[in-house]
Design a protein around this ligand. Structure first.
Ligand code: NAD
Length: 248
């Protein structure tokens, strides 16, 4: 028996990285998975490799696209149970060097995208009365300031805060909302960073992680699976850190 048998899950930013891994794990646990992204060719390829998964285009900044995708999923599957707000972008830029355009882009994807996703999900699911689970992917940058990542850190704190408000507002409808805070995870988002390209930086980073290694997409997907499934049925409004022990 799978832990997500009979459930329908929508994952944003699912073409690659952590979102794709969550799609693989969810499908293996019995869910019907809808991967969404702006990288359509990669998203179609990823979904084609997962039995029980399909792909839809969704730019998380677009209110109209959110409404169309959630309506499509409910029309096609008859239900929707799980939303993983995983899409995100990073920006390595000191605050004084950050342009308004860059700021708006990061806020649009990481913060407005999560707001729109949660709102669309709740508007569709509250009247149905069968509850659901929302998992918002924040970051350890939603727990502490990360030097040189001002816009990113601001949005990840916002996701953590919005999660807690949504949990209070929708608890009575059986909709649980939690945030996940990954540490350094090896995905296409990070492989170009000095942590991975510079051996000395890599060694220093590893020394700072009690478990002595960087994280994998599977490390995160396992936590997201727990929060998506009924195994976490009494958890809502909480932050779950998956970082090898850096933030005890
Ligand atoms: P990734 O870059 O591989 O995946 C992010 C996905 O989001 C990509 O497929 C990308 O196309 C998609 N995306 C970007 N803009 C979008 C938009 N406007 N609409 C829809 N999709 C969009 O990186 P990842 O590491 O898998 O990141 C997943 C999540 O984890 C992100 O929210 C990220 O901030 C968070 N996170 C990552 C790390 C890490 O070390 N990799 C650490 C903490 C948090």
């Amino acid at each position: 028996m799978g832990r997500l048998d009979g459930k329908v899950a929508l994952i944003t930013g699912g073409a690659r990285g952590q979102g794709a891994e969550e799609g693989r794990l969810f499908a293996a646990e019995g869910a019907a998975v809808v991967l969404t992204d702006v990288l359509d060719a990669e998203g179609e390829r990823t979904a084609a490799g997962i039995e029980g998964a399909s792909y839809l285009h969704l730019d998380v900044r677009s209110e109209a696209e959110w409404e169309a995708v959630v309506a499509d999923v409910i029309a096609g599957h008859g239900q929707l149970d799980v939303l993983v707000n995983n899409a995100g972008i990073d920006l390595v830029r000191r605050i004084e060097a950050t342009s308004l355009e860059e700021w708006d882009l990061v806020v649009g994807v990481n913060q407005t995208g999560v707001f729109l996703g949660m709102r669309t999900f709740a508007r569709a699911l509250v009247p149905r009365g069968r509850g659901g689970s929302i998992v918002n992917i924040s970051s350890v940058a939603g727990l502490e300031g990360v030097f040189g990542h001002g816009a990113y850190t601001g949005t990840k704190f916002a996701v953590r805060g919005l999660t807690k408000v949504a949990a209070k507002e929708w608890g009575k409808h059986g909709i649980r909302v939690n945030s996940v805070h990954p540490g350094i995870i090896e995905t296409p988002m990070t492989t170009g960073l000095r942590t991975f390209t510079d051996p000395e930086t890599h060694a220093r980073v590893l020394r700072s992680v009690p478990l002595g290694r960087v994280g994998t997409a599977t490390d995160i997907a396992n936590m997201v699976l727990f929060l998506a499934s009924d195994e976490s049925s009494y958890c809502t409004g909480q932050e779950f850190t998956v970082d090898g022990g850096v933030h005890p």
